[in-house]
Design a protein. Structure first.
Length: 149
């Protein structure tokens, strides 16, 4: 079944994408939840017209995202955490704390777009990597250092 997404759906597509999904997924979940509409011929025509009108906005957003990615690339920030004498921290460092540090530096990034790379939670002092999804396919990597407060 062909549908038009009304908003971003994880692992499926972005807003205004036309995607093909299984009938049950569309009729039982996506359409009733308001995430998508059926891609009929008239809906496709309206979608094409809307996309044509939004094309110039899209280029502006992409340019802003590229400039932000360049600003973030290679950035190293420090995140403070209470730690024991052995270097283990109490609790863990999350994407919320990274977003707060970036906001203090004047860089506004939503916390849900920050992914801490690695196979486990950050529970000790040291240098770690994070990836920030800025816009659709534009991503940037930063390093953050967990220091004792």
């Amino acid at each position: 079944m062909e549908i038009i997404l009304k908003q971003d759906v994880t692992n499926l597509g972005h807003k205004d994408d036309i995607v093909i999904v299984k009938n049950g997924y569309a009729t039982n979940y996506l359409i009733p939840q308001g995430f998508a509409t059926l891609a009929t011929s008239s809906a496709k025509k309206m979608h094409a017209e809307n996309m044509r009108q939004r094309a110039h906005k899209e280029t502006k957003l992409r340019e802003d995202a590229i400039s932000l990615a360049a600003k973030l690339e290679g950035l190293t920030i420090s995140v403070g955490a209470k730690a024991s004498t052995t270097g283990k921290i109490f609790g863990s460092v999350t994407n919320i704390q990274i977003a707060e540090v970036l906001a203090a530096k004047g860089i506004d990034v939503e916390r849900k777009n920050i992914v801490i790379l690695g196979d486990s939670a950050v529970k000790e002092l040291g240098l770690f990597d994070a990836e920030i999804k800025i816009y659709r396919d534009i991503k940037s990597s930063i390093k953050f250092e967990v220091v004792a407060e």
